[in-house]
Structures are given as C-alpha cells and as structure tokens.
Design a protein around this ligand. Sequence first.
Ligand code: CA
Length: 222
Amino acid sequence: MRILVVEDEPKIACFLKEALIAEFFAVDVAVDGEIGSYLARTNDYDLIILDNLLPKKEGIQVCKDIRAVGKNLPILVVSVKTGINDKVTLLNAGADDYLTKPFILEELLARVRALLRRPAGLEEDELIVDDIFLDARSGSVRKGDKRVYLTRKEFMLLQYLMRNEGIVLSRGMILEHVWDMSVDIFSNTIESHILSLRKKLDDMSKDRLIQTVPGRGYRMGV
Ligand code: CA
C-alpha cells in the first residue's frame, strides 16, 4: 500500500511519514499543492493524506484535480480549518474524510485503515492464501503454525500479492504499490525480493505459491 502525504510543514510531514512507514506503508511526501496534485494524478497511490492549507495550490483544488482525471482513491483531508462550511465544501470537492489538526496519531491511522477497507471490504487486516497467514496490523506472517520472519519490503510485497490473490501483477504495478519514488526502476529489486520470499515461504513438495507468469509478472495462489 502506497500513500501520498501532501503537507508543507516539515515537522508534521516527517512525523506522518515515519508513523506510516512503521505501519508498513510506502510513503511519498509532497511539500506544496502543485507537486501534490501532480504526483497524485501521475502515480497510482492507494490513499492520500492532504493538508488543506498549502502553498501554491489549496487542498480543495488538489481534490478537484484528482477527481477531474477520474481517480477514485480515498482522500483524507487534514486541516486546521474547522468551519462546517469548509468541511462540506471539501467533501463536495471529492474528499472522503476530514480530520482536524492537531490530531492524535491513533485516530489518523484508524481513519486511514477505515478508508482503505471501504471498497467492499477488500482491505482486511488479515489475509490468508493457502497456508500463509498475514496480519497487517501486527506485521506478522505465519506459514501453517510456524512464524515466518520477513524484512519490511518482503512483508509489503507479500501483502500486495496476497491482497490480489489469483491476479497477475506486473513489475510496474508492484513498483507503484510497494516501493516509493526513491526506487531504481531498472534494478532487479523486485526479482530479488520475490526470490527471498519464495525461499522463506515455498515448500518444495507443492506447486509454487508465488508464480512467475512469463512476460507479464507475478501471481500468488492458483
Ligand atoms: Ca499547511
């Protein structure tokens, strides 16, 4: 899951980024409304946390920009403005939820989880494929009754594969949802992570749990 944080106050942006990374999200930060709008329209994020009072372009206009290009990802607006009219205006502009600054981190994370869960219960915290069990909240993975220890990126990759069980995921899709902008897209990052996941999760007796689909990408499950 990849989140864009649009926030011009460095302290808050940094705090949010660290908190979200600790929750196993990939995070990009935009420091003004123009960059935020551009990144949101050109990348495939799973959710946006958007400050309303921003240099260059207000949050409300960023909302409108995103909806105008047909993107329907959840937008959580975080702002010091608290007037009821602002709230209504923001919701009308395409925001999904509104949180007033200053906020408590736990509440922000709860709202993020609720928004990600919204599309037909697709974003459950617990995922099961075959004998692999993943708990997104605690960050733990089991194979059968054995605990499996994954690196942070391996965990994020496995979570993305499991959420999309049975669907072929291209390298591009995996990069968009599991890595942030700092990744070198020409490196063999994905390949090496798939390899190490297979080493930790596949037992030799059965068919491969994470399959390579030649020329197209990877698929988990049958
Ligand atoms: Ca601001």
